[in-house]
Design a protein around this ligand. Structure first.
Ligand SMILES: [Mn+2]
Length: 310
């Protein structure tokens, strides 16, 4: 049996819950290349070797449409129905229900609820998850405070933020083998958090402010750009942040976040569409834009963003 899961806390806790529910002594779990929503050559090679596949918290219905192995596909993203009869798609969102996380869907499917079900939900929707009574109850039973639960999410997510695919995969075993209190002290993950915080601080130290908007340029192999922008807008109170990671493992990352006072003044949806029309890999929502591009294209993308700031 093979488990393929998302690289974030929800994906990792969903995988651990599945292993526990099926009482697997021996299991193999893999995650797609971090940041790329597709099955790569390595994952496809693994699929060939196994008879039964679980796909967890990955909004990739197209990747299993031609799969020939028995597949259980568990998710909570809005997605199309999978037509392949080899695939059993468990997604309550398809029936109009709302689920905070794949961990909740997995727990319901196997009737196995524990603190990992809650941690997955906190990973996906943040502090909002504390208003779900089941989350509160599961944390109480395990004697975990809200603060500790948030720290657990940061620790588990740290593996993908530092871009270590092997460690993301290894995290499933770690959380199955250690008690929550030991996870909070787990040295490697705590070291990750230190490295991540240092990289964020260094990025923010190179900040220029124009008309209330922060402009930041930095170079880091870590996937911290959204954290940098959130910190500048949500914690430091700037109206917006235009952040560029000039060397993200060979590519450039651009991120533009605006505060709620600017949402009515800057048409982010149109800006995202403008970039997409020019064939840039861009996406986002009404308050945030993310784009990954070649280093040579940074100036043009910034020019387009700046035209919306006037
Ligand atoms: Mn999820």
């Amino acid at each position: 049996m093979l488990i393929i899961h998302h690289w974030d806390t929800d994906g990792i806790t969903s995988a651990a819950l599945t292993v526990k529910a099926l009482n697997l002594e021996d299991f193999v779990n893999v995650t797609p290349p971090i940041g790329e929503y597709k099955f790569d050559y390595r994952i496809n090679k693994y699929i060939e070797k196994y008879e039964k596949i679980y796909v967890l918290d990955l909004n990739l219905p197209q990747e299993v449409e031609n799969i020939t192995k028995e597949t259980i596909f568990i998710d909570h993203h809005i997605q199309k129905r999978i037509k392949n009869p080899n695939v059993k798609q468990i997604n309550p969102v398809l029936d109009g229900k709302d689920y905070p996380s794949a961990s909740f869907v997995v727990s319901e499917y196997f009737s196995l609820w524990n603190y990992l079900s809650a941690v997955g939900a906190i990973g996906d929707i943040g502090e909002k998850a504390f208003s779900i009574s089941k989350v509160k109850k599961l944390l109480d039973i395990a004697n975990i405070s809200k603060k500790e639960a948030l720290k657990l999410v940061n620790l588990i997510d740290s593996n993908y933020i530092v871009m270590e695919r092997n460690e993301v995969e290894n995290a499933v075993k770690v959380i199955l083998n250690l008690e929550p209190k030991d996870l909070l002290e787990y040295e490697k993950w705590n070291k990750n958090l230190e490295k991540i915080n240092d990289a964020i601080e260094e990025a923010i130290s190179n900040m220029e402010i124009k008309n209330g908007i922060a402009f930041i340029k930095f170079k880091s192999k870590f996937n911290i750009i959204s954290k940098v922008a959130r910190k500048v807008v949500w914690k430091m109170g700037y109206d917006g942040a235009v952040v560029v990671n000039e060397d993200f493992n060979g590519k450039a990352q651009i991120y533009f976040r605006i505060s709620s006072n600017l949402v009515d003044k800057i048409n982010m949806t149109e800006l995202i569409q403008t970039l997409k029309n020019k064939n840039y890999n861009a996406g986002g929502k009404k308050d945030v834009l993310g784009c990954i591009c070649e280093k040579d294209d940074v100036d043009e993308v910034l020019k387009i963003i700046n035209s919306y700031l006037r």
